[in-house]
Design a protein around this ligand. Structure first.
Ligand SMILES: Nc1nc2c(ncn2[C@@H]2O[C@H](COP(=O)(O)OP(=O)(O)O)[C@@H](O)[C@H]2O)c(=O)[nH]1
Ligand SMILES: [Mg+2]
Length: 376
């Protein structure tokens, strides 16, 4: 294995597992040489003698004598993509040959780091690829330039001895840590309430399709059903729980209630759902006073009866009336403030960790340690 080849890496850029097609991206100084060695192009012309960024059809040579027909695109001598059948056996065979030839298989982050030479840039690129809604994708797209240039700015400040200013900026970015994390990680919203009040119906209404079991029998939802959805462009996971009934004898339902309590503790938002077609009860009163509850909604407003209830949002999961007002209120509670568009945002726990270490080093006036932590 030549020394040059060890710096050349590859990764699968299509999702893991079996697919119709798969793409392996290769990057590094030996990328073209290695792929040319393994590929017999139609027309026998090696990739290096063909125009850049054009599709080349060829036959991948395997040591066993068998081969695989595939398409290759060489963008330049250091960036080559291999498009092959998406079966795991095919991918493994091609990956095996690349490894034998001295290319190192890395994960997507390792690949991006190798390709762009900066860990922060690589992370910003990978995070963008993981965005699940257009709204978060737009923010992460902007962060692709904002975050790496802010890191450069920090380096400049630290090198110039402006340690206090650098620390202030890091602290400000860390203030938005939660906001940044939730660009990728959906906020968890738990719907709790007595059985049959319409929790599952409301989740189905918000998610836009039938998912939770809806039934007239109290206690139908025995386990937590999670539904990924987007509310106003923010990724959320809607958690349908068993009701928080006390004195339940069925052990399965009772376990569901226990799970619901655990879920509520970790939730970003807790919605208590009540049935407006029934009069207010002691059990309702008890739930409405649970400290974890963020929002009270009175469902079945279409068949509401007069009763003395606390303030809350009336809606009907059945007709949809009041649901968008509920969602607006929920999002305002979950995300009460938004950063300036040019505020750097970090999405990953590892980034927060590095910034914290950097900030600690700055507070000890250890500029070198701070710069080391920011890395390349
Ligand atoms: N009239 C009316 N019925 C509803 C409404 N929402 C749910 N229901 C009905 O209430 C029953 C219980 O609903 P479900 O969602 O299973 O309640 P859960 O036990 O809290 O999950 C079902 O028969 C639903 O069709 C509503 O807004 N209006
Ligand atoms: Mg239910």
């Amino acid at each position: 294995m030549s020394e040059q080849a060890t710096r050349t890496v590859f990764t699968q850029i299509t999702p893991a597992g079996r697919g119709a097609v798969a793409t392996l991206a290769c990057c590094g100084s030996a990328a073209l040489t290695i792929v040319d060695r393994c590929l017999m192009t139609v027309g026998k012309k090696p990739l290096k003698d063909r125009p850049w960024s054009t599709l080349t059809y060829g036959h991948w040579r395997m040591a066993t004598g068998a081969g695989e027909d595939l398409l290759v695109v060489a963008h330049d001598p250091e960036n080559v993509e291999i498009h092959c059948h998406g079966g795991t056996a095919t991918i493994d065979l091609i990956a095996g040959v690349l490894s034998e030839q001295g290319m190192q298989r890395v994960d997507l982050l390792g690949f991006e780091t190798s390709r762009c030479g900066s860990r922060w840039q690589a992370e910003a690129n990978v995070c963008l690829g993981q965005a699940s809604t257009p709204r978060t994708a737009q923010i992460l797209l902007h962060q692709q330039s904002v975050l790496p240039s802010w890191i450069n700015r920090l380096r400049g400040l630290i090198s110039n001895g402006e340690l206090k200013q650098a620390a202030r900026e890091i602290r400000k970015t860390l203030d938005w840590e939660d906001y940044g994390r939730h660009l990728l990680e959906p906020r968890s919203i738990v719907f709790c309430g007595q059985p049959n009040v319409g929790k599952s119906s409301l989740i189905n209404r918000v998610a836009g399709f039938e998912r939770s079991i809806v039934d007239d029998t109290p206690g139908t939802t025995r386990d937590i059903v999670s539904q990924l959805a987007a509310v106003d462009g923010w990724p959320v996971v809607l958690q349908d729980t068993a009701g928080l009934r006390v004195g339940v004898s069925d052990p399965i339902e009772s376990a569901g209630i226990q799970n619901a309590r655990v879920l509520i503790e970790d939730a970003d938002g807790v919605v208590a759902v009540f049935d407006a077609s029934r009069t207010w009860s002691d059990a309702d009163q008890q739930l409405s006073r649970e400290p974890a509850v963020d929002l009270l909604v009175f469902n079945k407003n279409d068949v509401s009866v007069e009763s003395d209830r606390p303030a809350g949002l009336p809606l009907s999961a059945l007709s949809g009336e009041g649901v968008s007002r509920f969602l607006d209120t929920l999002i305002d509670r979950l995300i009460p403030k938004h950063p300036d568009p040019d505020q750097p945002l970090i999405c990953l726990a590892s980034q927060s960790g590095r910034l914290r270490v950097c900030c600690d080093a700055l507070s000890r006036s250890d500029a070198q340690r701070a710069l080391d932590e920011l890395g390349g």
